[in-house]
Ligand binder design. Structure first.
Ligand code: F6R
Length: 614
């Protein structure tokens, strides 16, 4: 979603800001803007455009934008339409300019109050009230920009990552964090930076300070000072590296494609250090994890979107391997429920980004009930994310940066870790060591099996042509494959815009069968398990009604293609790995269907990579 970049240096920073915005494009946005102060006394120059960052670059080149101090933003509309005026930065009286990530919940009463005080609003955004509040504080005698931002933010309810400049104090940027992540980039020799994601600053520094909740910071070209609760605080500098290569597509056409093909390595990296040849290495969960696991009697998983589907798969593993009850909830629902927490519950939040607003809120809600929860565990792909920092302990997926908006390698690595979690909990609940050894051996073979499955790419590309004129589709799976079908349907709809619905195959005759005709492709995942015979009956139900079946089947079941059924065989695999392996061809199908439909695969319409607002 929205992205922030800021820079202060002894050189022109406009290219740094624009490059930073380009690096944040993956988060999803609809307009972009930049404000610069060139020479003291010359005023703030602002450029904004609707659409891609490339439009802003063009406008900036035309204007020969330059300045030693600047802020920039990609906006994902929440309050007010997608217009140039509503794009950030927003200003007040030509003096203050700011960019904002997040949502100000009490913007309406503040707008009325500020209007009564004589401020004229130029936008429909919630953000503009902040600019006027800061201006008002400065005009009312707050000596420094830092003090004015502090006074203004004290009036705000909601979430914000803010980056503010003042024409009359053109040697500093003030930033504030509440509920949205912000990171300061420590530059070399007279320059400093700020961004909502360190990725935006990879070209200028690898040294970062992660701001904490409630932090205010003042950056000059020579100094970084952080304040919290009115007191100066010290924040550690972390060094990050190796990000640059992940930003390149290399030989691939899209990041999504690259990330699908990175899955064998991502799973290998996720297993590394977590399992030996035949055992899960429990220490990988942290020193105190063993004692926590001893107390767990059931598991509560909370997540959104694709990560939620990972949780749904994990429920089956936790039941069958750990013999533990497991509840899985969508975070946006869980956070508002009157939850009943059974003692001995382990709370697990699953998230690629670790910044998803609803998942974070659910974690905070669960923490407020922590007398009953044994602990909170984050399964996450971003070590420095808010979710990881706010959980009692974490297990990181080692998927590497995921840039394509549609989540792929994050999902399969989440599943890898959730299976490991089921094994460590199972150990305490009767899982024999020889069963653990078999499961771990199976897991160690997973990267090669995924590799083999990826070789179906060509065949799936050919098959996807049959989706060129399709507008609707059904995905079917039974048992643990139902969440896999849901994930396949989500992938297809989000990047190809083909309407896709997933059903447990046994539900077919309870309604969805009415939809089946020759225009409705029915995509089925058919592993070699106890439910196979039942699934075969479901396939017959579809063929009998003229439906066209596309079945991804375990090669061992001997299903053959005919006029109404196209079968694509997957390499045989241990049953426990089915959900991970069967996800891969569905990712490829949606990718190739989207190519045929000609959509913007890495930036599908209306979607953002990191959903940091509710
Ligand atoms: C779908 C997708 C989304 C995310 C969801 C949660 O491809 O990417 O459904 O899974 O927005 O995001 P995280 O996992 O970052 O919490």
């Amino acid at each position: 979603m929205c992205g922030i970049v800021g820079a202060i240096a002894q050189r022109n920073v406009s290219d740094i800001l624009l490059e930073g915005l380009k690096r944040l494009e993956y988060r999803g946005y609809d307009s972009a803007g930049m404000a610069l102060i060139d020479e003291p006394g010359k005023g703030i120059s602002t450029i904004k455009t609707v659409g891609k960052v490339a439009n802003l670059v063009e406008a900036a080149n035309k204007k020969r934008a330059s300045g030693n101090l600047g802020i920039a933003h990609t906006r994902w509309a929440t309050h007010g339409k997608i217009t140039r005026a509503n794009a950030h930065p927003h200003g007040s009286s030509g003096r203050v300019s700011l960019v904002h990530n997040g949502i100000i919940e009490n913007h309406e009463p503040l707008r009325q109050e500020l209007t009564a005080a004589g401020y004229r609003f130029a936008t429909q955004t919630d953000t503009e009230v902040i600019a006027h509040l800061i201006h008002q504080a400065l005009e009312n005698g707050e000596a420094s920009l830092l003090q004015a931002v502090s006074a203004a933010t004290a009036r705000l309810q909601g979430a914000y990552g803010l980056c503010v400049i003042d024409r009359q104090q053109p040697d500093r940027i003030v930033v504030a964090r509440c509920g949205m992540s912000l990171v300061i980039g420590d530059g070399i020799g007279g320059e400093n930076f700020v961004a909502s994601d360190p990725l935006a600053l990879g070209q200028v520094t690898d040294r970062f300070i992660y701001l904490e909740e409630g932090d205010l910071a003042e950056l000059t070209s020579e100094s970084i000072e952080v304040w919290n609760g009115g007191r100066r605080v010290k924040r550690e500098i972390a060094t990050l590296s190796g990000k640059a290569a992940e930003m390149e597509k290399g030989a691939y056409q899209h990041f999504m494609q690259k990330e699908i093909f990175e899955q064998p390595q991502a799973i290998r990296d996720t297993l590394s250090g977590r399992v030996s040849e035949e055992k899960v290495l429990e220490e990988a969960f942290g020193v105190s994890a063993g004692k926590i696991f001893d107390k767990v009697k059931q598991v509560q998983i909370v997540a959104c979107g694709t990560s939620f589907h990972a949780g749904l798969v994990a429920k089956y593993w936790l039941e069958s391997i750990a013999r533990m009850p497991c509840q899985v909830d969508i975070a946006s629902d869980y956070r508002y429920r009157d939850i009943i927490v059974q003692s001995g519950t382990l709370f697990v939040a699953v998230s690629q980004s670790g910044e998803t607003a609803d998942t974070l809120a659910a974690l905070r809600y669960a923490s407020a009930h922590n007398r009953k929860h044994v602990a909170t565990l984050a399964i996450c792909n971003v070590a420095t994310s808010s979710l990881v920092r706010e959980s009692d302990f974490c297990l990181l997926t080692m998927a590497g940066q995921e840039i394509g908006v549609a989540s792929t390698k994050a999902f399969t690595t989440q599943l890898t870790l959730l299976l490991i979690l089921a094994i460590v909990l199972g150990r305490r609940n009767g899982l024999a060591s020889e069963d653990e050894a078999r499961l771990v051996r199976d897991m160690n073979g997973l990267p090669d099996l995924v590799d083999k499955t990826l070789q179906l790419d060509k065949e799936i590309r050919k098959l996807s042509k049959q989706f060129s004129d399709k507008h609707h589709s059904l995905f079917l799976g039974r048992g643990i494959q139902y969440p896999v079908a849901k994930e396949g349907a989500l992938k297809l709809k989000e990047i190809s815009y083909i309407h896709a619905e997933a059903y447990p195959a046994g539900e077919l005759k309870h309604g969805p069968l009415a939809l089946v005709d020759s225009d409705m492709p029915v995509i089925v995942v058919a592993p070699n398990n106890d439910l196979l015979d039942k699934l075969r009956s479901n396939l017959s139900e579809v063929s009998a009604r003229g439906g066209k079946l596309y079945v991804f089947a375990d090669e061992g079941i001997g299903l053959e293609s005919d006029r109404s059924c196209k079968v694509i065989n997957l390499p045989g695999c241990p049953e426990v790995l089915d959900p991970i392996l069967f996800t891969v061809p569905l990712q490829l199908l949606s990718y190739h269907a989207a190519i045929i439909k000609g959509t913007d695969i890495d930036h599908p319409r209306n979607l953002a990579k990191s959903v940091t607002v509710e």
